[in-house]
Design a protein around this ligand. Sequence first.
Ligand code: SF4
Length: 227
Amino acid sequence: MEIERDSLRARQLRARDLLRGDLEGRDLEEYVEERLLTTTLENALNWGRANALFPLTFGLACCGIEMMSMVTSRYDIARFGAEAFRASPRQADMIILSGRVSIKMAPVVRRVYDQMLEPKWVIAMGACSSSGGMFANYAVVQGADKFMPVDIHIPGCPPRPEALLHGFNKLQRLVRGQPDLGWRQRYNAVGTEEWARFEEGSPTAEAIERAARALAPKHSETGPADA
Ligand code: SF4
């Protein structure tokens, strides 16, 4: 406690010296270096956006219950600046597709997404919104990315709130311009892509080269992953 008081006193005295114009030379340089942070406008904007993502108040099915618990004190997404669920798409930054999307609902979801202002992001929460899940039938869209762009897919049925938080943290890194690399990029696993069902046999050399080209720029653009 004594040490803290001393250091506070020392800082007060240095601030006083600066205001009086008594700080010079190396002391002045150190003082300024300790207090200045340089960055670009784009980085500052992205940092602000990533730490104030307002989700849309929107639920589709059972996953919605897990999504709601994300704001409770136990999981507390307020730590990451996303506790303010907005009732209007015009005030929301992201939409969490928490549940299965029926064919009937798809145009409604798309309309709501279109009403959100740019920039906007989408999380597909759970097996149903990511791939149709167990509902492999005519009534359910087999993956929300069939009719709208999805930034993050979260597996599980339902994913626990911790998984949703983990996915949300990944979205934050994406918004900051430092997205986590997929495992293929991290392990340079070119050639392990899934191939369309109608293609027979092994992928051709050209197809593998094409996939390698698609992966290559992301390495240099994004730099090392955060986690
Ligand atoms: S993934 Fe599971 S919990 Fe989520 S909407 Fe589908 S069936 Fe319900």
